[in-house]
Design a binder for this molecule. Structure first.
Ligand code: NAD
Length: 255
């Protein structure tokens, strides 16, 4: 791991007046939740258009639920890792205004981050596709027990769709505008474990750049937008981020 990079990142956090984090599936890989795009990931085994699109859910909800049944136990058994805790600590230190996440796994909240914008929704709740009644995770589990792969609302038979944003489904306009506002008002964005391939999330760093803000990319491999970044730190987020936060604490004399 590059010590110089960690020191530079800590210094940039010190100098910034508002820091925001943008996180993707990579930050949760060390919690045991694989990302989808890396070799062997979910999208290499399930065609996203057949299994993960909104259009396909409308006609074949069982395809989505077949994939979800493979992923759900992993989501439910996962715990926040050192990277999630590092961001929560940065917030506590007054140095992370918010976390904008593409993840649906709830791990930032469980680590203690208080302002988390879930761009792609959450797996904790779902809605009936007919009457829009809200269902909790436990209720969805209960309804999918009787050999039925798709949990259905008992009253009207509607398929229940988790509140995760599928391909071809619009993001919440409110969530997106709040995220864009945060990106535009921040002078430093920490981009952690994002391939920067999924829009509109991948467009958010440009808001920070446009107001002459800086970007730090944390990833294990190069990403598309690296030329735009002011600093790139390679390494597992769970190892690098705690060191950056330690570096920041040393700079301000807390340790
Ligand atoms: P993505 O576009 O966010 O890409 C993941 C990135 O993380 C890759 O660039 C990879 O190189 C990097 N990475 C992997 N391990 C890392 C580590 N230990 N430290 C730092 N970086 C690391 O995500 P995707 O896999 O293309 O998934 C697409 C969408 O699917 C996500 O945006 C999300 O909505 C959903 N998803 C959510 C979860 C979750 O909630 N944990 C997991 C998988 C997918």
């Amino acid at each position: 791991m590059n010590e110089d990079c960690i020191q530079k990142a800590a210094q940039m956090i010190l100098e910034a007046s508002q820091v925001v984090a943008l996180t993707g599936a990579g930050i949760s890989v060390e919690s045991g939740i694989p990302d989808f795009r890396s070799p062997g990931g979910l999208w290499t085994r399930y065609d996203p258009l057949l299994y993960g699109s909104y259009e396909s859910f409308l006609s074949h909800p069982e395809r989505f639920w077949e994939m979800a049944k493979e992923l759900n136990p992993t989501l439910e058994n996962a715990y926040p890792n050192a990277a999630h805790y590092a961001l929560a600590e940065l917030e506590e230190l007054g140095k992370c205004k918010a976390v904008i996440t593409q993840n649906i796994d709830d791990l930032h909240q469980r680590a203690g981050s208080s302002l988390v914008l879930e761009l792609h929704g959450t797996h904790r709740t779902g809605h009936c596709m007919i009457c829009h009644r809200l269902f909790t995770l436990d209720e969805m589990h209960e309804l999918s027990h009787n050999n039925e792969i798709v949990p259905r609302h008992l009253e009207d038979g509607g398929a229940i769709k988790p509140d995760v944003v599928l391909f071809g489904e619009p993001l919440s306009a409110l969530m997106l505008s709040k995220s864009a506002e945060l990106a535009a008002s921040s002078d430093l964005m920490l981009i952690i474990g994002c391939s920067l391939e999924v829009y509109p999330a991948a467009g958010l760093p440009a808001y920070t750049k446009r107001r002459n803000g800086k970007l730090i990319i944390f990833n294990i491999v190069p990403t598309y937008d690296e030329d735009e970044a002011d600093l790139v730190c390679y390494g597992n987020a769970g190892e690098v981020l705690p060191q950056v936060v330690e570096g920041y604490k040393r700079l301000v004399g807390i340790i």
